[in-house]
Design a protein around this ligand. Sequence first.
Ligand code: GLU
Length: 445
Amino acid sequence: MQEKVITRMPPSPTGLFHIGSVRTALYNYLYAKQNGGKFILRIEDTDRERSKKEFEDNITESFKWLKMPYGEFYRQSERTEIYKKYLKNLLDQKIIYVSKEEPKEEGERGEVIRFKNPNKKIKWNDLVLGEIEFDTTDLEDFVIAKDLETPLYHFAVVVDDMEMGVTHIIRGQDHISNTPRQILILEALGGERPQYAHIPLILGADKSKLSKRHGAVSALEYREQGYLPEALLNFVALIGWNPGNDREIFTLDELVKEFSLKKVQKSGGVFNIEKLDWINKEHIKLLPKEEIEKNILAWLKPACAGFRENTQNEKIFPKLIPIIEERISKWGDIKDMIERGELRFFFEAPNYDKLKLIFKNTPAEKIKHNLELARKALENLDENNFETEEIKNTLMLIADNLGSRGELLHPVRYALSGADKSPDPFIIASILGKNETLSRLQKAI
Ligand code: GLU
């Protein structure tokens, strides 16, 4: 019978849960899930000075947002008695010993607990990197605890992995050098050796290790920027792994099916924010229509708070949804569009330089005449049927008669938007409504 797969994510609550941890957690989650196993979240807060409750909250909040459930939850600070039991046992067997130390600084303790290094070669077959061999002699008798109540990282990790029955340790390649020490401790405890998979680091575009200066690194910052959690997971999954074909869009359930440790690459994967934006846009398209509308409105309304209060605003918001959906990759782009003033003219009549109304070398008189034609034609449309198609048919008829569409459509569009770039004048007019459209054309005339 095959043993049950158990994986774990053991973050230290000494900083925000970052994008690299999201990927490590995801690979552990996927591997457990696809094997019908269990995924554990373990808070490694043995470093009491650096561990902070706010960071633990940030970790659990990140898991909640990412919708990545864990089967069990532990805190190392609550397991002191367990470590103590194992430490005592090893002391009795003289596998570890209390070592008198020369205090380097005033107030420093005079004793630590050291592991008696058997000075041997440690070998393991890494599921990502293949055969790895280390001579542990250089490690000397390393420190594993300050005292019986204060185990250090290596010891606590090994006891926990053993007690929790962890079968697969999937973690970043920055931990490779920890593995030989941990295997030595595990052998001393008589535990069964798990499989190791050391996954490649995430690199910035400049191929250096990903850090703050490459942009947002904490998971929840991506929530604030309006990314979808399923897109972020899809994106990090592909940093260091690919399905062996060119498919790039996966839901979490699809990743569970397709992910394979065998296809995780050995060398670092590059973080590319444009790719995240593209993946996010694809995931927006997978959402139900109502969900897209709800989100766009939820980001749009507060962003427009600075605009002039207008009884029409509530009517304009829903009409902007298709325009916005077409232009954004993530909800946060809505805020940026508003800040850049791209949608302002929907809420407030624009001010502009009147020369901008002129199309190429068309004389001003002719532009004015064309605007009058447009105004008159639109005046005849029914206010309750002032829709894009009607407006387009009406204006195109005039434009085609003039022989140059631009001589009509440019000044109309500019009169309505006051912007060099905007959606076409038919859409703008239909959103503004008949009264506002006629008034802006009149102003231009
Ligand atoms: N607490 C360690 C860290 O956050 C865990 C490393 C591991 O054993 O996976 O880096």
